[in-house]
Design a protein around this ligand. Structure first.
Ligand SMILES: Cc1cc2nc3c(=O)[nH]c(=O)nc-3n(C[C@H](O)[C@H](O)[C@H](O)COP(=O)(O)OP(=O)(O)OC[C@H]3O[C@@H](n4cnc5c(N)ncnc54)[C@H](O)[C@@H]3O)c2cc1C
Length: 241
């Protein structure tokens, strides 16, 4: 039962995302017809338009571009937090159709720093696998097979069990997602995943995501009394990303 490693790929995104956003914005602010939009967008306009939109909070043109990620090596605890973001599309590997023959799992770093805790964690993972396997055998004997057995045996699997998911979000939702999930107040696993996603979209659409990251990057920490108090370090980290 191997330990899972986080992997985030940007599978696809809207081609020329910043041009698409600039075209949508151009339509709002000029008398152009739709046929003329593309010609009216010079490269210099794209940057200026996109920066202006984000700075004044006119966000609907940003929604026209989407980014699709392939993510693996995260726990079910992490994917459960991810799918709370409703303005997105998800396709997750099924524990109903895919048999967990030897499930991978995520061990939190706090636990990994202690040998005894790691041993105890790994022992529990093996026990969970054994209980799952025995449950499948038992259900099979009762005539419950395939996904019907798997859908019930999976109740024994832990939150640590690794999962794979394809996620599509538009750029507006991503900006929101990064604000809350790259923040130090977010749980470490989803924060690590969100930070990898941010690195990838910065490469694909540098103007849209220029100032993206936790809420404190561009103003006062929105967490108030719950603030981590590390605004300076956080700003430096995301500036270098
Ligand atoms: C640090 C942290 C701790 C958390 N702790 C908990 C917890 O203890 N328990 C818990 O249950 N959840 C918790 N959450 C999850 C949180 O409550 C949200 O469910 C999650 O972050 C999804 O974000 P969202 O609702 O802003 O936005 P999304 O679903 O990503 O939607 C984006 C935006 O669209 C708008 N929107 C979407 N749907 C609606 C709607 N139905 N009505 C009105 N506006 C809408 C809102 O403006 C929203 O911000 C936590 C999140 C964080 C970051």
């Amino acid at each position: 039962m191997p330990e899972a490693k986080l992997k985030v790929l940007l599978l696809k995104h809207t081609p020329e995302p910043e041009q698409v956003v600039a075209m949508a914005a151009k339509l709002c602010y000029s008398s152009s017809d739709v046929e003329g939009l593309k010609d009216k967008i010079a490269a210099k306009d794209q940057k200026a338009f996109v920066e202006k939109l984000v700075s004044i909070g006119h966000m609907s043109p940003i929604e026209h571009v989407t980014f699709t990620f392939g993510i693996e090596g995260i726990s079910r605890a992490c994917s459960h937090q991810l799918v709370r973001h409703r303005v997105a599309s998800y396709s997750q590997q099924s524990q109903r159709y895919v048999k967990e023959t030897l499930f991978d799992y995520v061990i939190p770093d706090t636990i990994k720093t202690d040998k005894a805790l790691t041993k105890s964690f790994e022992k529990y993972m093996r026990q969970a696998q054994k209980a799952y396997d025995e449950m499948i055998v038992g259900l099979n004997k009762m005539g419950v097979t395939g996904e019907n057995a798997q859908q019930d045996a999976r109740f024994l699997l832990p939150n640590a069990a690794e999962t794979k998911i394809v996620v599509t979000m538009n750029a507006r939702e991503l900006l929101h997602f990064f604000r809350v999930r790259c923040c130090n107040r977010a749980q470490w696993e989803i924060r690590a995943m969100a930070t990898e996603m941010l690195k990838l979209v910065k490469g694909a659409a540098p103007v849209i995501f220029k100032d993206a990251g936790p809420g404190c990057l561009n103003g006062k920490c929105p967490e108030g009394k719950m603030s981590c108090g590390k605004q300076k370090e956080v700003r430096e980290k995301f500036k270098k990303l």
